[in-house]
Design a protein. Structure first.
Length: 81
């Protein structure tokens, strides 16, 4: 799998754990197993869910999730072409 999304996903998972959001961090890590294309789609869905379903994200979590989402989107576009 591409290093950039993996690093960003790990950073977000660590941040979520530090904020006491262990369940969300575990869900994120669970999405990181499997073929690259499935992992990227799962990570994108996780980020979209996190960004839309959680009413109040602290600015750091929102930034990390959005950064991961844009990284995943870039990798998906490259794999598509």
């Amino acid at each position: 799998m591409a290093d950039e999304p993996v690093n960003k996903a790990n950073a977000l998972a660590e941040h979520l754990e530090a904020k006491g959001k262990t369940e969300a961090a575990q869900q994120l890590r669970a999405h990181m197993n499997g073929p690259v294309d499935k992992v990227l789609f799962a990570l994108r869905e996780f980020c979209l869910t996190l960004l839309t379903a959680v009413e109040t994200l602290d600015p750091a979590t929102e930034t990390l999730a959005e950064d991961l989402r844009t990284s995943v989107e870039a990798h998906l576009r490259r794999h598509k072409d």
